[in-house]
Ligand binder design. Sequence first.
Ligand code: PMP
Length: 446
Amino acid sequence: MYPDTVTTPSSGANAAAENLSEEAVDALSRAQAGAATTIPSPAHSHRHESLLSTRAANIKQSAVRDVFEISMQPGLVSLAGGNPYLQSLPLERLGATAAKIIAEHGLEALQYGGGQGTLELRQQICEVMAAEGILDADPENVVITAGSQSAQDVAAKVFCDPGDVILIEDPTYVGALNTFEAYEVDMQPVAGDEHGLIPSALRATIATLRAAGKSIKLLYTIPNFNNPSGVMLAPDRRQEIVDICREANILILEDNPYGLLKFDGVLPAPLRAANPEDVLYLGSFSKIFAPGLRIGWALVPAQLKQRYYLASEAVTLCPPTFNQLLVSEYLRNYDWQGQIATYRSLYQERCAALLVALEEFMPQGVSWTRPAGGFFIWLTLPEGIDTYPLLYKGIDAGVVFVPGAAFSVVPGPSNKLRLAFSAVPPTALREGVKRLAPVLAEAVNS
Ligand code: PMP
């Protein structure tokens, strides 16, 4: 059913999309910024330089665009981009549905809509959240956003002044780091292990920061199949984490785009499930349907809904009307749960193939996570090895990955790296690992 070959993009935007997502490019940029070995960026100065905001001036130009260009070379296996594999979507039927929406509801579909999103889609989103384990969601408290990325942005905007602390499960999603940085917040790491965020580490970090007089606003966490680590937060840690934050008056920002992609078995209840006042919950259609539609949502504690909604409206006026109608039609008339099951088994197969290849080829001294869902596997090399320079050696060997520094708020080199299996067929995954192994072996043995 799925092509089982190494993709060999030749040129142009399509090739770029196939090889490295924007998220991967951002991640590579951050990795470069955090790495011991950095490539100087050319200085551009012009008369508007002095007009830039502090936050814009802080955004670094990176050499990663060069890597991006290089990675376009034919035959390269990209394990960098965390793109969903959309080939199994019923594209022809979706095309007919899109045409029908324009023909029958064009004036509504192409018009401005309400800032919170359509009521029908908010009601349907409550059904999706029921599948995720939240049974009491009220459509009144749902705000539809331009992907969960924009929901993160609105959260930082609503809660954080410059210098406020956001606690970050370390490692974490690079796009969230970029978003939070723009609000000049103080991002502080909280340690995790193979079972996710560690409650005692959270408690200790809060105590230390409070003793230093810091104002802590949010905890940002991805309990299911963390990007980049693939780790799932253990069920028995979940309520304890909520209790710690409640006691400390810290709002939890729970990001759950991968929950429904648990390969098998029952998904543990989200932090939000039993704690409606303590958690601002973020969801998305990007991984369970299609990211290009840019439809995500926030389920906001009732008492904060109005503030959140007004801030969201100030950014986008309204979420894209046509795309909301398309998602509504899809949820009403298609087997969306069946599509998720298809994605799930596809990713499970790919994850298994990547794990087998790692067992076969990786040198001693390299270890990795064994995810139960999602898109990513996280590799750890011996202490003292910086994976950023290995990126270039990997490209020479025909494989690209994302160095670990991208995903950490702790500056400096990292001995970790992320492999994404979602968009790569099994034989190409194997080939990618086969190419990567000697690069890592040389680093481990030198
Ligand atoms: N959160 C996490 C953990 C992600 O991995 C991503 C995308 N890769 C997002 C949020 C952004 O998703 P969206 O497309 O809904 O903006």
